[in-house]
Design a protein around this ligand. Structure first.
Ligand code: GTP
Ligand code: MG
Length: 325
């Protein structure tokens, strides 16, 4: 199956602020996350913003100037609006570690509660042994226990841990948003298997049957062979997202009156779900049964609380429907 959903993703971009003292290598790291070439790096006056595409998850990177004037006037406004926070420390400059820690602690007051925080220790081109790294890690993670802070070394020159940073960004932001509540009221998956279509409906007890009929668009619609579809719409104060390939069509409806801005994330999650179901269908040679689907959905969507993050017990209906309907 070809998944080219990513090019279709839209929605509000999630943003990550990158702060740290002047000259610690923030811009070099940001440029290395975006492209290989970091030969032309200039001191940041104010803020640089860049867009990082992590296989469809679009992240706005806000690279903040580290000079004292910018720390004082700019950091708060940007950091307090971001979905995640990265702080860069220069491992080769021990003289400024205390100053750096002081600004880190200050910046944490502005970071949105429970947001993911990563400290990157720029090792430049020097080798840092484990005990040196442990020491720096300790300085930046102790007495900051209201946040879960991850810390590792990086080098924009050698590329060390650049991929690891991208993984951290994708995973921690998804986990964070799930933890704070991606709440969905209604989910339907249609899976074409042989001559039949299995319909799996999951909904919260709150959703009424009348509301069910409010979403007449939720009907199976598959993509052409080798293609995929992704659609986003708003109906009756809810966001509705559909992802489909040639055999799987999944729809989800968000909770009413609860503006979830991260439509791009929801689309990504749904797209992943389509791919996962498609993999299972393939291993079963398209003989996916209702039982297979039930166990998959329970494991992935209910036990792991992917969508029902609030303490509700969603209701399940799985049935086989006639393809000729
Ligand atoms: N050799 C080496 N030089 C680096 C490395 N990272 C950054 N530099 C250099 O250090 C200088 C400052 O790097 P920047 O990336 O501009 O630092 P910054 O944190 O963005 O600085 P401000 O914009 O002033 O806040 C540049 O001349 C970079 O080329 C590295 O890993 N190795
Ligand atoms: Mg810079």
């Amino acid at each position: 199956m070809s998944t080219n959903f990513s090019s279709l993703l839209t929605g509000r971009d999630l943003t990550v602020s990158i702060a740290g003292l002047d000259g610690v290598g923030k811009t070099s790291i940001v440029q290395r996350l975006l492209r290989e070439d970091i030969s032309e790096i200039y001191k940041t006056f104010g803020v640089n913003t860049e867009l990082l595409d992590l296989e469809g998850l679009k992240l706005g990177l806000t690279d903040l100037g580290g000079s004292e004037a910018f720390r004082k006037v700019l950091w708060k406004a940007y950091i307090s609006r971001s979905d995640a926070f990265i702080y860069v420390v220069d491992a080769t400059n021990s003289r400024r570690l205390e100053e750096s820690r002081k600004w880190f602690v200050k910046a944490l007051q502005w970071v949105k509660k429970r947001s993911p925080v990563l400290v990157l220790v720029n090792t430049w081109d020097v080798q840092l042994d484990n005990s040196e790294l442990d020491e720096i890690t300790k300085i930046f993670t102790e007495k900051t226990n209201s946040f879960e802070i991850e810390c590792f070394s990086i080098s924009p020159v050698t590329g060390k841990n650049i991929e690891k940073t991208k993984e951290w960004l994708a995973n921690s932001i998804i986990n964070h948003l799930i933890a704070v509540g991606i709440t969905v009221d209604y989910f339907v998956a249609y899976i074409r298997t042989g001559n039949n279509i299995i319909e799996a409906k999951i909904r919260t007890p709150q959703i009424t049957l009348e509301e069910d009929t409010l979403f007449p668009i939720i009907k199976y619609r598959f993509a052409n062979e080798g293609e995929s579809m992704l659609e986003y719409m708003k109906v009756a104060e809810r966001q509705i997202i559909m992802a489909a390939d040639e055999n799987i069509s999944c729809w989800l409806v968000t909770t009413k009156n609860k503006e979830l801005e991260a439509s791009n994330l929801l689309m990504r999650l749904l797209t992943e779900l389509v791919s996962e179901i498609s993999c299972i269908a393939k291993t079963k040679k398209n003989k996916l049964t209702e039982a297979d689907l039930t166990s998959f959905l329970i494991n992935h969507m209910i036990d792991k609380q992917i969508f029902w993050s609030e303490s509700q017990s969603p209701m399940f209906e799985i049935s086989v429907i006639d393809n000729n309907n």
